[in-house]
Every structure is written in C-alpha cells, then in structure tokens.
Design a protein around this ligand. Structure first.
Ligand code: EAX
Length: 334
C-alpha cells in the first residue's frame, strides 16, 4: 500500500473517532481514500505527440477508475534508461520510441528496418494487427509488459552542413543515431558516420559540432526546436519509428482485473491521441520549420537511397526474421 493510502486512511480514522474534537478536520475526499499513483515517463516535452498520449492515458484512466488511480507524467530524455527502470520496477511505465527497445526485445528490431513501411496506414495496420500484437506478447519473457503500440513517425534527416538530395550527399556526415544497430548499419552503408547516443545528449552534440546531423520525425524536430541547431532538413522518410507504451508487469498485476481492463482502454485512447498529434505535426510541422528558417529539401531520390541500402537489406534478411520482414512488406488492409 502506498504512503498516500496509509495517510488518507489514518486521517479518516482520526476524523471518525474524534469527530467532535476535530469538527474542523478537513473532509477526506473519497478519491483520496485509496489513491494509487502511476508514473509515466517519456523523452519529449509535454506539448508533443508523446505528451498527447500521456495526457489521454491520465484523463481516461483516472476517470474510468473514479480517481482510484492518479497518473503522473514526467520527462526523461534517456529512453534506454527508462526501459531499464521499468524492467527493474523503479518506474511504472514509459512511452518510448523503439530506438533502444530492440536491445531488450530483439524481435522488435524488424520494425526499425529502413523503407519497410509504405506509409503510416501500413505501419499502424501491421502494429495493431496480428503481427504487432504478436510482438507485444514477446515482452513478458523479458520482464516487461508491451501494453500498446503508439507512434513517433517517419524519420527525416537534418544536418548543419549542406542540402541532401541523393545518397552521395550523406557520405562523410557524422549523423547521430539512436542506440539502434539497425539504424547504425543503414547510415554506415550510406557512407555516413553513425554516432549512437541517447536523446539527452543530442542537442549538446549538435551545438558543439560533435555530430553534423541527426534524424527524427517532424514532431520531435519541432517540439525540441532542433531548427536552432540544424539548418538543413531533408524529407527522407527513411524509416518509420514506432513508439510503444511499456509498463512494469508487477504494477499491472497489482490492479484488479476491472482496473487492468480500464488501463487497457485508456492505453488505446492514448494511442489514438498520440497518433492524431503525429498526423497534425506532419501536416503543419514542415511549414513551421521553414518559418523558423530551416532550408527544407522535399525532392528526395528515394529509389536511390533504397538502392544504396541494398547491402544493409541483405544483412537484415540474414540477421533478423526474414520471413517476418516479408510478411510485413506484403501486408495489406483487408
Ligand atoms: O522518441 O531518440 C530519438 O531520436 C527518439 O526519436 C526521440 O527520443 C523520441
């Protein structure tokens, strides 16, 4: 039982036993009687696509449990550390990109393969269907609960050096990547110098010139004002970046079946709010980044990038689940 609950119950006893003496005792609202706090951390500002998801989780879960639960949203820009904290139980939940997740649940790495998803509808359909739900089921044997797929979005390249139109323009660029071997292989195959680091280190590295560029969805670039440290944006859309709500299994097990069902309902609402915000950011973010002074390249030779990545694709087929990659590529809405 949390401290909050003990304190509330002791106050109630005092108020009940000594009512005449404590006539002015503050009324203990029923919602404080047995309120349990759940903390959700993510790497972006509250006003972001992850923040939209966390706010929806909070609003829905607190309403559905009539205040028996309180959800607290916090920012922590080291995604690998958040997943580790959820795994050891020092953090209840995180909303994270799949960037570091493949280091915990290796099957998830297939989702990080460049140019795997045709578009957002393809990605959302795969993740919400049998393939995505099957991947979520893999988390439990690693001491994690994969609760719901959310969305970071298609990733695009920014840099401080020059415009990028074709693969040759990427050669020699020091590009920050997530701590994700699939992404690192892609950028080294293109002739860039991939430099993996946590999101927390990104802006200082760009400011100090430790790296020339980075890649992230429009919503992340806008929410973190990366236009202040990056001049050029190229809409490469080189990889779709899923996000995911991961929770500590013991935290979920402590819930009653009814409250666990409420949590799943709230998680679905969170995914919808998160995806709606990604769609809004994609529609408005490029114009906003131009307004902030970024030079945006929209004409990208995607076929040339895909051809240049052929050696990496051959490795992915060999080292990852090639059959699953083909199932994902061949997936179409029924
Ligand atoms: O999840 O580390 C990254 O580039 C991620 O895209 C960012 O933290 C949002």
């Amino acid at each position: 039982m949390t401290q909050t609950r003990r304190t509330a119950l002791s106050r109630l006893w005092v108020a009940a036993l000594g009512a005449p003496l404590f006539a002015a005792a503050p009324f203990v609202s029923t919602s404080a009687l047995a309120q349990t706090e759940i903390t959700v951390q993510h790497a972006l500002p509250l006003n972001s696509h992850y923040g939209a998801g966390a706010a929806a989780l909070k609003e829905n879960f607190e309403r559905l449990t009539s205040g028996r639960y309180r959800v607290t949203e916090q920012r922590n820009d080291n995604e690998r550390e958040m997943v580790e904290s959820v795994q050891i139980g020092t953090l209840d939940c995180t909303v994270t990109s799949t960037g570091p997740v493949g280091n915990f649940v290796s099957e998830v790495r297939v989702l990080d393969v460049p140019f795997l998803f045709r578009n957002t509808a393809h990605a959302r359909g795969v993740l919400d269907g049998e393939i995505g739900q099957g991947l979520l089921a893999r988390f439990s044997s690693r001491g994690l609960a994969g609760v719901a797929w959310m969305e970071n979005g298609f990733r695009h390249l920014t840099n401080s050096r020059h415009e990028v139109h074709v693969p040759a323009d990427v050669q020699g660029l020091k590009v920050r990547t997530m701590e994700n071997p699939v992404h690192m292989r892609a950028f080294s195959t293109l002739g860039a110098l991939p430099t993996p680091m946590a999101f927390s280190e990104l802006v200082p590295a760009l400011q100090q010139g430790t790296v020339d560029g980075q890649e992230n969805p429009i919503g992340v670039i806008v929410a973190n004002n990366l236009n202040q440290v990056q001049r050029y944006l190229t809409l490469t859309g080189h990889v779709y970046s899923p996000a995911i709500l991961i929770c500590n299994p013991a935290m979920l097990a402590r819930m009653t079946p009814a409250d666990r069902a409420h949590f799943m309902t709230a998680a679905k609402a969170a995914a919808t709010a998160n995806r709606d915000r990604v769609t809004e950011d994609v529609n408005n973010g490029v114009a906003e980044l131009r307004r902030r002074g970024m030079i945006v390249t929209t004409e990208v030779d995607t076929a040339a990038f895909q051809a240049s990545l052929a050696p990496a694709f051959a490795v992915y087929e060999r080292e990852l689940d090639g059959a699953l990659l083909r199932r994902i590529r061949d997936w179409h809405a029924q």
